[in-house]
Ligand binder design. Structure first.
Ligand code: C5P
Length: 231
């Protein structure tokens, strides 16, 4: 299940910047990129068609959370666009996740966000009135995601092995917060290296600024690729 290509977070505010960034790579290089809310809302769905036409794979990170019928219809649109992976909030519930899966069909992988990594245990208790530990809540949501028939979850690398134990070995753990040795940590709180993510059992790693803000992004990508694939 492990995806060899590190997923590059295209956290750019405009179409032009994405074009310039992708233009740095050889034309036969098939990348896996993540399009998040900022870029999607700024550039619209044409950005997805543009990236697909270049031959790249897309993880569309919009974290849908709405009534099942609305999410199902939105997923049907995304299936037509041809994204490779997308996501919902597990907090939307099993019915919503099943509806999302129905809408998307087998056209793409579907994963869920459990608790956002920006949420502390204290905030979870106060804001969501969930009185268990944060880890229990993450595992609970992962279990519900599995039960709904989704392919996996977004999680921190530290949570990957416990999640797989609760679900299945082939349940995808996609992990952001990756920093190669020596890279700036930025605002990420807990980071792991690509090599550590490999040994912990992540299936996909998401890497943004260490590649997009590098002096030589292609070289930085290649270094992450090598570390992630133990080359
Ligand atoms: O630049 P950096 O490597 O920190 O980017 C990580 C990407 O993964 C960003 O797009 C960020 O929004 C996303 N992400 C994250 N932590 C999560 C979920 C998503 O860093 N828990």
């Amino acid at each position: 299940m492990r995806e060899k290509r590190p997923v590059i977070a295209l956290d750019f505010p405009s179409f032009e910047q994405v074009k310039a960034f992708l233009g740095l790579f050889p034309s036969d290089e098939n990348l896996y990129v993540k399009v998040g809310m900022e870029l999607y809302y700024a550039a619209g769905s044409e950005i997805l068609t543009y990236i697909k036409d270049l031959g790249h794979s897309i993880f569309l990170d919009l974290k849908l959370h709405d009534i099942p019928n609305t999410v199902e219809s939105a997923m049907r649109v995304l299936a037509d666009i041809g994204v490779d992976m997308t996501n919902v909030h597990a907090a939307g519930g099993v019915e919503m996740m099943k509806a999302a899966k129905r809408g998307l069909g087998n056209a793409a992988k579907l994963i869920a966000v459990t608790q956002l990594t920006s949420t502390s245990e204290e905030q979870m208790r106060e804001d969501q009135n969930i009185q268990s530990s944060l880890k229990e809540s993450v595992l609970h949501y992962a279990q519900k995601t599995y039960e709904a028939g989704l392919d996996g979850v977004v999680c921190s690398a530290q949570e990957a092995s416990a999640i797989k134990q609760e679900t299945a070995d082939d349940f995808i753990c996609l992990t952001p917060g990756i920093r190669p040795q020596g890279a700036a940590v930025g605002d990420q709180k807990r980071v792991v290296s690509p090599a550590d993510a490999y040994s912990i059992g992540s299936d996909y790693i998401v890497v943004g600024r260490p590649i997009t803000q590098a002096e030589d992004p292609v070289k930085a990508y290649q270094a992450v690729y090598k570390e992630w694939n133990q080359l």
